[in-house]
Every structure is written in C-alpha cells, then in structure tokens.
Design a protein around this ligand. Structure first.
Ligand SMILES: C[S@@+](CC[C@H](N)C(=O)[O-])C[C@H]1O[C@@H](n2cnc3c(N)ncnc32)[C@H](O)[C@@H]1O
Length: 219
C-alpha cells in the first residue's frame, strides 16, 4: 500500500501512511510543526558550531532540509545521520511542496538529500554531510555519539517498540554531554522512560494543535 499526499493547515504537504494509519506530520501544519519542535526547541538550543545530529525516521527529509538551511544561514557545520526503514518512493517525493514553501533557491539541496546513496556518508553542501541508514531502528547498533537527536517516529500507540526503555537507554549512551533530544510526543510513559534513561526532561509548549512537546537533555 502506497503513502498518499495530504495538504496540512499551513499549506505544506504531509504523507499519510496506510501501514500505521497515521500522518508523517501534524495536520495543523507540517512545516510549522518541524520548525517548532526540531529547529526552535532542538537546533536553537545547541550552541556548538560543529554539530552531530541523529534523526529517527528520515521520511520526507523535511527535518534534514530545514536543518541544512539553518546551518547555511548560521555558518555551522553539520554531520547528519538518519535511520529509515521504509524509504519514501521517488514519485511522491517529487510532489512534495517543501522547496516552494520554504526556499525555492535550495531545490538542488532538497534533491541531493533524497538522491544521496543509502548507508554512505555524502557531502550535500560543503557544510552539511548526510548518512541515511536504511535499517530497522529497533535493531540498530549506534556507533557514534550525537549533540542533537530528532526523535520523529510514528506515535507510541502505533509503534510502541520505537519508544521503549531500551531505545532511550541506547540514545542516552550515544548522546554527548549537553546533548538535546526533542520530540512531538508528550506522553507520561515516554517522559518517564527518558528520565529513567538519565535525561533531564522539560515539557515545552507545542505548535498549534498540540499542548506540549518534550525536550530531553543529557546534563
Ligand atoms: C512520523 S514519520 C516522520 C518522518 C520524517 N522525520 C519526516 O519529517 O518526514 C516516522 C518515520 O519513521 C519511519 N519508520 C517507521 N518504522 C521504522 C523503523 N522500525 N526503523 C526506522 N524508521 C522507521 C517511517 O517510515 C517514517 O518515515
């Protein structure tokens, strides 16, 4: 069964996954949600100039694209690693309107993010490298450690195995001192799993349509 394209309330696209019966982003606004959770609450809380990022769920590449543009604007250098078990097909990727909605001049960067070979680190720009790992995250052995973690799995109701205690324990072990993890999910069970792993966890106001989000810090 194929993903289908949907327009969200800010005019940007998301995908609906028939596999989990859930959208990839908030229907209140995909770009608005990614900017709020991963850029404002995540990226902007990291003051390093060389940043290692790990993302759970590459999907449409929206978080990677927004991060690449921020890195360019702020003159920062990013090593971005993302795991994805079910890569989105090329036909539907070509229809996503993120380039038009965000920055028409960066079309080539968005394309390069998607054309990058899986399981290889590639230079997308002189300041942004990307490694997309095609694997089941629940079985992945991380080898590096990270400054920023974008936790963007489908919901714990649909994929509880992605939000387990073992997962947060592993992410804590692979987080650098001061590292920040952000996610749209604010459920108590997830917050407690992050805390049990060792993270200090804050509840922050969410984007439109979402009361709270979580930000976990390795102090
Ligand atoms: C909520 S979507 C977000 C995707 C992406 N961050 C975006 O903005 O488009 C969750 C993503 O996790 C991926 N996923 C689901 N199960 C996975 C697994 N076991 N391992 C790795 N990725 C998985 C899905 O295919 C999907 O791309």
């Amino acid at each position: 069964m194929e993903n289908s394209l949907k327009i969200t309330k800010d005019g940007s696209h998301t995908l609906f996954s028939p596999m989990v019966q859930e959208c990839y982003h908030s229907e209140n606004g995909a770009i608005q949600e990614s900017e709020h959770i991963f850029i404002k609450a995540g990226w902007e809380s990291c003051d390093k100039t060389d940043i290692k990022i790990f993302e759970v769920g590459f999907g449409t590449g929206l978080n990677a694209f927004l991060t690449l543009l921020k890195a360019k604007e702020q003159g920062k250098s990013v090593s971005y690693t993302s795991v994805e078990y079910f890569p989105v097909g090329g036909d539907i990727l070509n229809k996503l309107n993120y380039v038009q909605q965000i920055d028409a001049e960066s079309e080539c960067c968005f394309k390069k993010l998607h054309e990058a070979v899986w399981d290889t680190r590639e230079s997308i720009t002189p300041f942004f490298t990307l490694e997309k790992i095609q694997a089941d995250f629940t079985k992945l052995q991380l080898t590096d450690s990270y400054d920023l973690i974008y936790f963007d799995a489908f919901s714990p109701e649909k994929q509880p195995e992605m939000w387990s205690q073992q997962i947060f324990d592993m992410l804590y072990r692979h987080a650098n001192e001061g590292a920040v993890l952000t996610t749209y999910c604010s459920k108590g069970i997830v917050r407690r799993a992050m805390q049990a792993a060792g993270f200090f966890v804050e509840r922050l106001p969410g984007p439109p349509g979402k009361r709270e989000i979580l930000r976990a810090i390795k102090k």
